[in-house]
Design a protein around this ligand. Structure first.
Ligand code: AMP
Ligand code: ZN
Length: 462
């Protein structure tokens, strides 16, 4: 069956034709490990997981590389501001390495809890500095980059076309009143591939241009080429990476080898919170840990993300999470019921479901349509192990552990704490009641108060 993906490069949904007919190579822009990953970041990771699982379901082997940016990503995403790693290190009173190790560990913990398949190659920017220096030397040698007193800049006027991926209006911006920060730049859109380190800068390496460090974009150009070759199949990331990071990656690759590095450019839309941006100032930045702390299985969030296709904005609400929780429970319950069913099912019926499911995922990862097929199977009036097996097969793409059986048994000591808390509440001893709630939470359960009394949910720790 054919696969179709929307390609940001051509603005069209196109048939996916891999370079190699057995193995698909994907490069995914990974996290800058200076802070906690949010559930927004995780939406992009869930989309990327869907992509690789869909390809695997279609029989391809996947070779995916993901970078860990631990140097060079400046606060502005462009050439201005402090390095995010250094800023965070100063704020937290740690070294950049400590910061990187800490947040990298948390990032992978979230991937694990969301049952996200790990990329075959995970590459840290700071492990590949020498390759980056060689690449910058090559760009300078070929006339694509030039040195100023502060950096090595890429000269975008040397390209046949810039931009190619986004709709940056370079001509108008040139003529307009854009104030240039660096007067040594030849063109306003020239960007730093390599940056000279000011004195006392925390992260720097010896290079032909003195102590310095890489720009964020060169990291991905160099590591994608090193681990996947000059041209690979798919490049992914969040939609915000299109106009700067990915545009500049393409520019550099064209400078290095004359080629656009990937055939298909796929971008995930943003997760919104109550219709708006997630931001610290609004106090609405949620982490996966917040979801766990409220008593949800992290995979509820994954299922929640399937309510809309990856190219559309998704609005996060706790009400939406509650519906997704009910859905996940029902799907797992339906799986168990199918598993013990003995009704006769014709193979042609199984094939029809399988076909519809595959058609949906192969249509640019249309998860809402794929989920409607999953529900048809789950809710079928016929109960059969064949349908359970089919649900398990679909779970290879969904990754929601459909066969997971939750142990509903609440231990006696928790029940005792609950009844003590009930007593405290009846005596209006709120302090004691809160203390007991915290104690129960420490033991791995969340207590919620409703008009019908206390309810309890297990905290998932996987
Ligand atoms: P960052 O750590 O902010 O550089 O982002 C890492 C990845 O997460 C990038 O691919 C971003 O595009 C993506 N991302 C950041 N915020 C969101 C969001 N609210 N929704 C979806 N993806 C996001
Ligand atoms: Zn990147």
């Amino acid at each position: 069956m054919k696969i179709y993906f929307y390609n940001t490069m051509t603005h069209k949904k196109e048939e996916f034709i891999p370079i190699d007919d057995k193995e698909v190579r994907i490069y995914s822009c990974g996290p800058t490990v200076y802070k906690d990953a949010t559930i927004g970041n995780m939406r992009t990771n869930i989309f990327q997981d869907n992509l690789r699982r869909t390809l695997e379901y279609n029989g391809y082997k996947v070779k995916q590389a993901m970078n860990i940016t631990d140097v060079g990503h400046l606060v502005s995403d462009g050439d201005e501001g402090e390095d995010k790693m250094i800023k965070s290190a100063k704020q937290e009173g740690k070294t950049p390495l400590e910061i990187a190790n800490h947040y990298t560990k948390l990032f992978f913990k979230d991937l694990e809890r969301l049952n996200i398949e790990l990329p075959e190659i995970i590459c840290k920017a700071t492990d590949n500095i020498q390759d980056m220096i060689k690449a910058v030397e090559k760009l300078v040698e070929k006339g694509y980059a030039y040195e100023t007193s502060t950096a090595i800049y890429f000269d975008v006027s040397k390209l046949d076309k810039y931009p190619v991926l986004s709709n940056l209006d370079v001509e108008n911006q040139k003529a307009g009143a854009r104030v240039e920060v660096d007067t040594e730049k030849r063109n306003p859109h020239d960007f730093a591939v390599w940056i000279k380190a000011p004195e006392n800068h925390l992260m720097k390496w010896d290079s032909p241009w003195g102590p310095s460090y890489p720009g964020w974009h060169i990291e991905c150009s160099v590591m994608s080429q090193k681990f996947l070759g000059e041209v690979f199949d798919i490049h992914t990331g969040g939609i915000d990476l299109i106009p700067t990071h990915h545009e500049n990656e393409i520019a550099q690759s064209k400078g290095m080898c004359g080629k656009v590095p990937a055939h298909y450019w796929m971008h995930g839309e943003f997760l919104l919170i109550n219709g708006g941006k997630m931001s610290k100032s609004l106090g609405n930045v949620y982490l996966l840990q917040d979801i766990v702390d409220r008593g949800y299985d992290p995979l509820v969030y994954k299922l929640f993300c399937y309510s809309i296709q990856y190219r559309k904005k998704l609005n996060f609400t706790w009400e939406g999470m509650d519906s997704a929780k009910i859905s996940l429970d029902r799907l797992r319950d339906a799986y168990q019921k199918q598993l013990i069913g003995t009704d006769e099912i014709d193979d042609s019926e199984i094939d029809k479901y399988r076909n519809n499911f595959k058609e949906a995922i192969n249509d640019d990862l249309n998860m809402p349509v794929a989920m409607s097929v999953v529900w048809e199977v789950a809710k079928s009036s016929k109960k059969s192990k064949k349908l359970a097996d089919l649900l398990k097969e679909f779970d290879k793409v969904l990754g929601i552990n459909i066969d997971y059986v939750q142990n509903e048994e609440i231990p006696e000591y928790i029940k005792e704490l609950l009844s003590k808390r009930q007593e405290a509440r009846e005596n209006k001893n709120w302090e004691e009641s809160d203390k007991l709630r915290d104690l129960i939470k420490e033991k791995g359960y969340i207590v919620k108060d409703s008009k019908d009394g206390q309810t309890i949910e297990k905290i998932y720790k996987w």
